[in-house]
Write a protein that binds this ligand. Structure first.
Ligand SMILES: [Zn+2]
Length: 306
């Protein structure tokens, strides 16, 4: 396709997406694109969870992503984890998060990469890519409009030898280590995916406390039975260990105005290996994310969902 044709196609896609985005989304409904390739469950609390790599639909008509740097591994059972989180919220509270699923295999489209790499340049996959991101965007806008702030979690799975949750705050292992030692605090705070939350506290809350303090999210998850890095118990990954520090979505959405969050890379054993494990993880996640919102934001938990 020549560049004028490409421009026309992209313009048409944007018009379609903007028409879709003009609609209002009702909590309690589930929205799909016409092919059910992407899915949006609007919530009514200040939490948005995106699940980019759990999809299982394989389209023979779409070429496999084989361009340089394409990663195609499925994050198995991450949709199950998000559904378990949703169920626990609905069971224990009268509210639940917004969730955005990609139902297509990562072999066909990657929602956690910019659009060129995400589609490997295959134009028809731009449609679900744009729609998926439009829904993450919409979900965050809805949450911020209602509550003034929102937490954003990009949920993944890792196959590393270390069986622990890898919490990605956009800081490398070396940066986490230095932060833990109290070095370069200003620099790493400005890079971190929770920089908006720290700014909100005007110097009364530090990056170090939020990553490795006694009331850090990772510390609470460890106490709930889910080893996590960074945490008080396991502050940073060592040079010989594998660790994901957060990808495209975390960098794009967690630092939106009034948004903060992180990537969660879940290990398999005890988290994704059985339906019981999904629920144990979901219960720990729900307990600790509610504790986090109550501790670090001014959002009135009693008014949530109303
Ligand atoms: Zn992933």
């Amino acid at each position: 396709m020549n560049s004028a044709g490409k421009y026309l196609l992209i313009s048409c896609l944007l018009v379609i997406v903007l028409q879709v985005s003009a609609q209002t989304y009702q909590e309690g409904n589930v929205y799909y694109d016409k092919n059910k390739w992407v899915e949006f469950i609007p919530g009514n609390m200040p939490l948005v969870i995106s699940v980019p790599h759990g999809g299982l639909i394989n389209l023979d008509s779409v070429p496999d992503r084989t361009c340089p740097d394409a990663v195609t591994v499925i994050d198995s059972h991450t949709q199950d984890l998000a559904k378990a989180i949703d169920s626990v919220f609905r069971r224990d509270y009268h509210f639940h998060p917004s969730i955005v699923f990609c139902n297509l295999r990562r072999l066909k489209v990657d929602m956690n990469r910019e659009i060129e790499l995400g589609t490997c340049g295959y134009d028809p996959m731009r449609v679900p890519w744009i729609q998926w991101h439009n829904w993450v965007d919409t979900a965050l806008a809805m949450a911020v409009k209602q509550y003034g702030q929102s937490v954003y979690i990009d949920l993944h799975a890792q196959g590393h030898p270390e069986q622990r949750l890898e919490l990605g705050y956009l800081l490398t292992p070396k940066e986490l280590e230095e932060s833990f030692k109290g070095e370069n605090d200003t620099l790493y705070t400005s890079k971190a995916s929770i920089k908006n939350l720290i700014a909100y506290h005007k110097g009364k809350l530090t990056l170090k406390e939020l990553l490795t303090g006694p009331a850090a999210f990772g510390t609470w998850m460890v106490e709930s039975g889910f080893p996590s890095v960074p945490s008080k118990q396991d502050p940073f990954a060592y040079a010989n260990q594998k660790y994901f520090n957060g990808g495209y979505n975390t960098a794009r959405y967690a630092r939106y105005p009034n948004v903060f969050g992180w990537q969660i890379e879940t290990n398999y054993k005890g988290v994704r290996d059985t339906p019981d494990a999904y629920y144990r993880f979901a219960e720990a996640f729900v307990k600790n994310i509610m504790r986090y919102i109550a501790t670090y934001t001014t959002i009135d938990v009693k008014k949530m969902g109303k």
